[in-house]
Ligand binder design. Structure first.
Ligand code: ADP
Length: 493
């Protein structure tokens, strides 16, 4: 009987389960959305029980649809929305609060206080991360601070915390584990030493009895409880979504990089065993580690990427779907000098200007819908180019070509413009589900389904290759215009 890897891809709005065969092909998948909870402006929560139930449903569904039995599953891989955190009771496994989602800004004040106390350099040096509500640490503190009884229970060692990978592993196996890539997003994990950081946990008031045990990303995370699939299945691979995508893109060597084009963009470069502190506002984080020591990555993100296309559709209503933007943009020679800086939520790396707001500049009487659409697409490429330039500067290495994935890579105009603006080839993978594939690879390596990263590298197949066609002077002129537009967005307050 053929065997497969079951990848569980737990995202921010939905859960997906995908079966991969030995060639790395996705043979079937099942997908289900779950509820987003917005209890107050700026707050975002998920029901942890619903997350597990939804994920479990999709796993059952994909097996059912394909008539593949649990005996044929060699290993399970998990990849997940990062930073989102759950606190639950050690005895009962019941969550004491909803999952607080990465997008949730409720701990802004807590973060501001730590910054005022000049703790940012310490946090940054130890965890690689800036102090921001985005990361899990202050979210856990908020939960414990919200109720004295919880604080007391935590002190008595009765509570556990975990990012979503941990929560899924706990429900699947009964064990309390995480992997190092997820641990590195909590802001409680020392990325120099590869252990939970007592000093930072003490500052945040989080007892060390709450932490999961950390493992390499390809490791034994326990076996599923018998009643779930009718037999035990090993959970053999775990990684946060962006690190899983880096692994799925076979970016195993120092200098290998990828950019994911979804709602936002996430660019990561593998810096090997070399921990680089960014001078350009990038984060230092842990990539998937096998068993040969900590592997570092530099990471930068664009907050509004594909989201600017959703804005054209839902707010401006000048398009009806994302895919029509390709032909509209290609129907004209250029934007006629129009730039959009979609700083709807401020600007991230390398500018880090939370008070910047979006602008459209360079309008003339002749500017039309196509110019706006094209400027929106180009803004995704310019913002990504800013990240790639920062990654290159920090790592001291030129990125020779960029591997890309995510929904917006379907847009050929955008990919060509990206190659033109970067002056390097932009290359898609032939597999659309790169993130889930990364988790599958980690799980498969653990059980000998695949033998080595060299094996995996052979499986990576190029989809489309976009070669740069723009000449240098045109590129420089366009980028200079973009820089002016960004300056205008930052000036207008
Ligand atoms: P996420 O994982 O963040 O939900 P996806 O990888 O599913 O994102 O990509 C969805 C995003 O990509 C949306 O923001 C959408 O506007 C954008 N997108 C999808 N198709 C296209 C397209 N053909 N052109 C431009 N943007 C697109």
């Amino acid at each position: 009987m053929d065997s497969y890897i079951l990848a569980m891809d737990q995202g921010t709005t939905s859960c997906r389960s995908i079966l991969f065969d030995k060639t790395g092909n996705a043979i079937a998948s099942s997908h289900k959305e779950f509820k987003q909870l917005y209890p107050r402006p700026g707050w975002v929560e998920h029901n942890p029980v619903e997350i597990f139930d939804t994920q479990y449903y999709t796993a059952q569904d994909v097996l059912h649809k394909t008539n593949i039995c649990p005996e044929q599953i060699a290993s399970i891989g998990i990849t997940n929305q990062r930073e989102t955190v759950v606190v639950w009771e050690r005895d009962t496994g019941n969550p004491v609060y909803n999952a607080i989602v990465w997008q949730c800004r409720r701990t802004t004040q807590i973060c501001d206080n730590y910054k005022k106390d000049k703790l940012e350099p310490l946090f940054k040096e130890k965890t690689g991360l800036v102090i921001d509500p985005y990361f899990s640490g202050t979210k856990i503190k908020w939960i414990l601070d919200s109720d004295e009884r919880l604080r007391l229970k935590a002190r008595k060692g009765e509570l556990l915390f975990g990012t979503i990978d941990s929560w899924l592993i706990y429900n699947l196996t009964g064990l309390h584990f995480t992997d190092t890539s997820n641990a590195s997003r909590t802001q409680l994990y020392n990325i120099n030493t590869g252990v939970w950081d007592r000093e930072i946990m003490t500052i945040l008031g989080i007892p060390d009895t709450m932490v999961p045990l950390q493992r390499h990303s390809s490791a034994n995370f326990g076996k599923t409880k018998n009643d779930l699939f009718g037999r035990e299945i090993l959970v053999g691979g775990v990684a946060g979504d962006q690190q899983a995508a880096l692994f799925g893109q076979a970016c195993f060597e120092t200098g290998d990089s990828k950019n994911t084009y979804g709602t936002g963009c996430f660019a990561l470069v593998n810096t090997g065993h070399n921990k680089i502190e960014s001078k350009n506002g990038l984060l230092t984080t842990l990539a998937c580690e096998l068993d040969n020591g900590l592997v570092y990555a530099l990471e930068g993100s664009v907050f509004i990427a594909g989201a600017v296309i959703q804005w054209l559709r839902d707010e401006l209503k000048i398009i009806t779907n994302a895919s029509e933007t390709n032909d509209m943009a290609a129907s004209i020679q250029d934007t006629g000098g129009v730039y959009i800086v979609p700083a709807f939520a401020g600007l991230g790396a390398p500018y880090w200007d939370p008070s910047a707001r979006g602008i459209i500049v360079g309008l003339t009487r002749g500017s039309n819908r196509a110019h706006i659409v094209r400027a929106a697409l180009e803004s995704i490429a310019y913002q990504s180019a800013d990240l790639i330039h920062a990654l290159q500067e920090d790592s001291g290495k030129k990125i020779p070509e960029l591997k890309v994935d995510g929904g917006a890579t379907q847009n050929a105009f955008l990919m060509q413009f990206q190659a033109d603006i970067l002056g390097i080839p932009v290359v898609t993978s032939s597999t659309p589900d790169i993130t889930a594939l990364g988790a599958a690879y980690l799980a498969g390596l653990q059980v000998g389904f695949w033998n080595s990263t060299a094996d995996i590298k052979k499986q990576w197949k190029e989809g489309k290759r976009y070669m740069p066609q723009m000449n240098d002077s045109q590129r420089e002129t366009l980028i200079a215009g973009w820089k002016n537009a960004v300056a205008a967005a930052r000036e207008y307050k």
